[in-house]
Design a protein around this ligand. Sequence first.
Ligand code: MTE
Ligand code: MO
Length: 200
Amino acid sequence: MSVVSRGFGRHEVRRDERLPPGQYDVGTRFPVLSAGPTPRTPLSAWDLTIQGEVEGLRRWNWDEFRALPREAVSVDIHCVTKWSKFDTRWEGVAVDTLLADVQTEATYATAFCDGGYTTNHRLADLTDGRAWVVDTYDGQPLAPEHGGPVRLLVPHLYFWKSAKWLRGFALTRLNEPGFWETFGYHDRGDPWLEQRYSGD
Ligand SMILES: Nc1nc2c(c(=O)[nH]1)N[C@H]1C(S)=C(S)[C@@H](COP(=O)(O)O)O[C@H]1N2
Ligand SMILES: [Mo]
């Protein structure tokens, strides 16, 4: 397993310099923010698919997903409700790996989930080693309240963009706002630019 540590070498960087504007360090706590109840899909019924503007559908069942090349990442995460958490440790599959032989004209991707949550991304925000589909947090299977069995991890954007209970991506040519984006959250959500709400 290759190890990517986005935190490596940054421990000399003062913690306040790792905090995007308006954020505070939540410390060891890990708040749970869910718009609805925690879905519990049995692994035997679980799959991950890439659909939409692709030739054919890509689908992995649980065993197939677990057999994909894996990476470990250590990253800071930033919630739009203003907490940030340093050096969170995850393991999973890079979105690059899932898209490796996908030919597409799409430039957007909507992450979709058990429970109906969606969030939209520029495909460019999910590639080049910046996004992962993770099943492990801090060395343990990802807890259901934090999105287990798998969630999307896009640490360079506000954490609402990291969809819990992920079931796949719909690739689109047009940008289609997801759940929170429809309710006025920013379309992209870069914490360093403080893109909290549409218009920011
Ligand atoms: N499926 C789904 N994913 C979701 C959410 C949700 O309600 N449903 N909430 C989002 C929001 S607003 C945040 S801040 C993070 C919270 O993740 P956590 O509960 O693991 O802290 O998940 C994001 N992903
Ligand atoms: Mo959030």
